[in-house]
Design a protein around this ligand. Structure first.
Ligand code: C2R
Length: 189
């Protein structure tokens, strides 16, 4: 992560001096979602995407959910990631209050293995879409957020290009390693 002043002492905000790259707002339905969302924070940081994170629930703190979503555009956010498990109304409710794109990150939980959260997000009725990533797909939530923000940010687009190149390079290494492992099984003439 590039250096930047912390906007808040508690580390909730990674802010300032990130050189023109717009911000992502990350909202978790509960602090119990933290472990599932942590890879998202990590990757946003690695991509130098500024973010602010909050615990907020459409069920338990609906006023704050509305306030966060309504204020997001004016506070310079370009995308919202909403992570929640069980009956996950959080991303849909945030999407109801903002013109910004909302990415839903469904978090798995024991009773229904996360199918409840997945369907709550992916089956939004027409009018308020939630771009839903895979169950516990925290890294893809970060990547999709970065890609959305990169539309208005050439430096971030370059980072995404470099990320994809590194990804492809890793696959090439695996492909070469597979060739080596299979060598002993190859028939000799
Ligand atoms: P607790 O562990 O706090 O009881 O939360 C959270 O995201 C979490 O996965 C259990 C689960 O409830 C989820 N939750 C929602 C919402 N608020 C909390 N799905 C919401 O408003 O959608």
């Amino acid at each position: 992560m590039e250096t930047g002043d912390r906007g808040q002492e508690d580390g909730r905000t990674v802010d300032a001096a990130m050189n023109g790259i717009p911000k992502a707002l990350v909202v978790m339905g509960s602090d119990s979602d933290f472990a599932a969302v942590e890879p998202c924070f990590k990757l946003l940081g690695e991509l130098s995407v500024m973010f602010e994170a909050h615990v907020c629930s459409a069920h338990r703190s609906p006023g704050k959910a509305a306030e966060l979503a309504k204020g997001a555009e004016g506070r310079g956010f370009g995308v919202i990631i909403a992570a929640a498990g069980k009956a996950a109304h959080l991303p849909g409710v945030l999407a109801a209050y903002t013109p910004l794109p909302v990415i839903g990150l469904p978090v798995s939980s024991p009773a229904l293995d996360g199918l409840d959260a997945l369907l709550s997000m992916v089956q939004m009725p027409p009018g308020a879409p939630v771009a839903t990533v895979a169950l516990d797909g925290a890294e893809n939530a970060a990547l999709l957020a970065a890609q959305i923000l990169s539309v208005a940010s050439p430096p971030l687009r370059e980072k995404m290009r470099a990320y994809k190149k590194a990804l492809a390079d890793r696959i090439e290494e695996k492909d070469a390693a597979l060739g080596e492992r299979l060598r002993k099984y190859m028939p000799t003439a």
